[in-house]
Write a protein that binds this ligand. Structure first.
Ligand code: HEM
Length: 198
């Protein structure tokens, strides 16, 4: 088990590393290295929302399998990065696709099923991000907080459905299948442990 000081260093390193995809996007855009910056940013932010979702859901299984309980200390930060990249993804859509016209955006959300599903997943992330502080955990009480955070069991399938639907037009399901399997296994492991505990 790393010492408290080492854990602080690890947390600092994870915090900085998690910003690397954003810095890369900014760098490639500002240096004019992208053929289609708008598409690249929309896709990259979507990809990183999904990657962080996988990482945050991997914390508990990794902790249980390895006995490295200190990993739990990274969970909140990783969860907030899911929201952060999800927010950037949503903002790029609102900005580049709709120039901040909320009415037009709303019409699009209702018209295109893959956007409807992505939007729902993002909206469900909001209460999780808002209740991530120690103060909110105390206010809600552990049990209620846990129940609320089970929303992740809805968010993950919606994220995969969003990805799947988006790829359906191109008949390329390899990535949605890979990420769907990863998230499915991670969620099933948690369900299995929870049922054994009961
Ligand atoms: C938890 C929430 C979400 C996740 C995990 C997510 C994930 C993704 C992923 C993985 C992609 C594909 C990137 C690629 O091709 O490599 C994508 C694309 C996209 N997403 Fe999301 N997304 C989410 C929410 C949203 C929301 C809220 C919106 C808009 C309201 C949205 C709009 C889009 C659009 C417009 C694309 C690009 C489609 C295209 O290029 O044809 N997503 N998203």
């Amino acid at each position: 088990m790393p010492t408290t000081k080492q854990i602080s260093w690890i947390k600092g390193a994870v915090f900085v590393l998690a910003l690397a995809p954003l810095l890369r996007m900014v760098y490639l855009t500002l240096t004019g290295q992208l053929v289609d910056p708008l598409e690249f940013i929309t896709r990259s932010t979507g990809d990183w929302t999904l990657y962080f979702l996988c990482m945050v859901l991997a914390v508990t299984p990794l902790r249980r399998l390895s006995g490295a309980n200190w990993l739990i200390k990274l969970r909140r930060m990783l969860g907030l990065y899911v929201f952060f990249y999800g927010f950037l993804h949503f903002m790029t859509f609102l900005w580049f696709d709709h120039f901040f016209d909320l009415q037009e955006m709303w019409k699009d959300v209702l018209k295109r099923p893959f956007i409807t599903v992505g939007f729902t997943a993002f909206v469900l992330l909001i209460p999780l991000a808002l209740t991530s502080t120690n103060g909110m955990i105390k206010r809600l009480g552990g049990k209620r907080w846990q129940w609320l955070h089970r929303l992740v069991y809805v968010i993950a399938p919606l994220a995969i459905l969003h990805f799947w639907w988006m790829k359906a037009g191109k008949h390329n399901f390899t990535q949605p299948i890979i990420f769907g399997t990863i998230l499915g296994v991670l969620l099933l492991m948690r369900v299995w442990w929870a049922s054994r505990q009961r």
